[in-house]
Design a protein around this ligand. Sequence first.
Ligand SMILES: C[S@@+](CC[C@H](N)C(=O)[O-])C[C@H]1O[C@@H](n2cnc3c(N)ncnc32)[C@H](O)[C@@H]1O
Length: 380
Amino acid sequence: MTHASHPQLLQPLADDWLHFAAMECTQDPLYVAICRLVAQSPELLSLCLLTRPEQRRPNLLLAAIHERVLLGVSHALCDYFPSVGGQRAPDAGLATALHDFVAQQQEPISAHLRSSHTQTNEIGRCAVLWPVLAHIAQAADGAPLALLDVGSSAGLNLGVDAYTVSYQREGGEWLVGGEPCDDVAQVRCDLRGDGNPLDRLTDKGGAWRLTHRLGLDPLPVDVHDAQATRWLQACVWPCDTVRQHRLRLALDMARQRSWPVQQTGPDSVDAILAWLDSLPGDVQPVVLNSWVLCYFSDQDRAHHEQAMVDLVRERGAVWVSAEAPSLRPTDMALPATPPNDPKGATLWCQVSHPAGEVRQRALAWSHPHGAWLQWLEQAM
Ligand SMILES: C[S@@+](CC[C@H](N)C(=O)[O-])C[C@H]1O[C@@H](n2cnc3c(N)ncnc32)[C@H](O)[C@@H]1O
């Protein structure tokens, strides 16, 4: 099918690309420029028709192009991509470079559009996960922790105790986690509001230990598969060289440490139960989901929540859910939203079972990639 045969299909796509440029990728000048060029190009818009309807978003073609750039294809387009050291700002030459690159790489790009889906694994979330686990360990009297990450992608957040997290606030900096060095991914996080997640940690919390870890995912990313990890990197925007760099370091570390990730079906409850059964009695189990529940149907989400609450009550697990605020546990009141960046903020919630009753609490607001954190003082 050529673009001439379906012009009525292309206009809504062009609108999506313009919307993406205006609203979604404003911080990446290259992507803004590419989105505008795609919106004007019937050839490039037609390519998007190769995608499955649920994946028909600008991110997929952008990632498909980026993946080819990261592969090391030699082409003038790469000069525009900061992720491979390009320093050329979008200019009049971009349109020709883009069209020529896509024509040259049409086969692999089309293959991505037909069968890939955008995929991420964001270790910036460890800026919140680290103190959340520390407080859970403290509440468990210093017991070792076991972490199960549901929807773990490549399992990189299983390395929460290995990365260095640096919290900043005017007049102060606090470092936790792994010793800072060139090989260790570092997450920098601005503290907002009055709360400091490290304030009330005693030795028992500050020196928490993670002795068991497992990831579950229906589509896990194998950290030893170069193509799969390049795709993960391609889904990070090219201007975000800080995230690109820390993702590369986290993948290197995951290859060395081989944190286990199991493939599951869309319902993980049986796998969670099997994991709980496998643990020794002296560990505190923690089940995490971060930016996963949006992929569940309403029915599956309700089932997951009920199963988590039951496991909290009956098996002493702690459930940590870091999702869009609309996906918080059903009975939890919404805390006051943070003054800045409310759009896209993550709400961190905890369900636990202290003193014989199920307790739901909002722990923190954060930037979805952990760039800032607002600890809710009443949390712990
Ligand atoms: C946006 S990524 C988040 C990955 C990771 N939790 C993080 O915070 O970086 C969403 C992940 O959820 C996984 N996922 C989608 N549907 C799922 C389901 N029914 N059960 C478990 N994981 C699922 C996807 O495969 C993907 O790895």
